[in-house]
Write a protein that binds this ligand. Structure first.
Ligand SMILES: Cc1cc2nc3c(=O)[nH]c(=O)nc-3n(C[C@H](O)[C@H](O)[C@H](O)COP(=O)(O)O)c2cc1C
Length: 181
C-alpha cells in the first residue's frame, strides 16, 4: 500500500458518517455486488456467519418498511436499495456483536464507492420487537430469525444533514487511558 492509498484508506475509515438524505436512483449492479461481497467476508465469533441478506429495491416495499411504527428507518423511503440483515439467533450477545461488525463493513463498502448509507433500527424503545415483526412479515422472513437492522443505500442527496447531538465525537483525551484507567 502506498502512502497515498494508506492516507486515503484512513480518511475513509475516519470519515464514515451516516448519510440519511439519499436519492432514490437505482444502484449500479456491480456496486451492490461489491457491498455484498464485502459483507460476506465479515468476521464473526467462531466464524459462524450467522446472517443472510435481503436486498430490497422495490420502491413500494422500501416505502412500507420506512413507515413502520416503532422503527427508525425513514431513510429507506428514498434509498436506492435497502439491505435487511437477517440473523440466525444463537448466542444473543455474540449475534449482536457480529451484526455490528457486518453493518459497519456494509457502510464502509458503500462509502468507498461514493454511495451514502445509514443504519435503520427495528427494535423499539424498551426493546420491543413489534416493528421488527412487522418488517419480517412484509419481507417474508421466518419468525424464528432476528431482523434488527436494515442498511439504506443510495447516492447522497445534494444537501446532507449530519447527525446532531453531539455533532462530532469525543476527543481522544476523553477516551484513552494510557497504561491504566
Ligand atoms: C446499533 C445502531 C443502531 C442505529 N440505529 C439507527 C437508526 O435507527 N436510525 C438512524 O438513522 N441511524 C441509526 N444509527 C446510526 C447512528 O445514529 C449514527 O451512526 C450515530 O448517531 C453517529 O452519527 P454519524 O454516523 O453521522 O457520525 C444506528 C447505529 C447503531 C450502531
Amino acid at each position: 500500500m502506498t502512502l497515498d492509498s494508506t492516507a486515503g484508506t484512513l480518511a475513509l475509515l475516519r470519515g464514515l458518517r451516516a448519510v440519511r438524505q439519499l436519492r432514490p436512483d437505482p444502484l449500479p449492479e456491480d456496486a451492490l455486488r461489491n457491498i455484498l461481497e464485502v459483507a460476506r467476508w465479515s468476521g464473526s465469533a467462531g466464524n459462524r456467519q450467522p446472517w443472510e441478506f435481503v436486498v430490497v429495491r422495490d420502491r413500494d416495499m422500501l416505502r412500507r418498511l420506512s413507515m413502520i411504527e416503532g422503527a427508525n428507518a425513514g431513510h429507506l423511503a428514498t434509498s436506492g436499495a435497502g439491505i435487511a440483515i437477517v440473523i440466525h439467533p444463537e448466542v444473543p450477545d455474540l449475534d449482536a456483536y457480529d451484526e455490528g461488525r457486518l453493518a459497519e463493513r456494509i457502510l464502509l463498502a458503500a462509502t468507498a464507492q461514493g454511495l451514502g448509507a445509514a443504519v435503520g433500527h427495528f427494535t423499539g424503545p424498551g426493546d420491543t420487537w413489534a416493528a421488527s415483526g412487522e418488517a419480517k412479515r412484509l419481507l417474508g422472513i421466518p419468525v424464528e430469525f432476528v431482523l434488527r437492522e436494515t442498511i439504506s443505500l443510495g447516492y447522497p442527496a445534494a444537501r446532507l444533514e449530519r447527525t446532531p447531538n453531539p455533532p462530532g465525537r469525543k476527543t481522544l483525551e476523553q477516551l484513552v487511558h494510557l497504561e491504566h484507567y
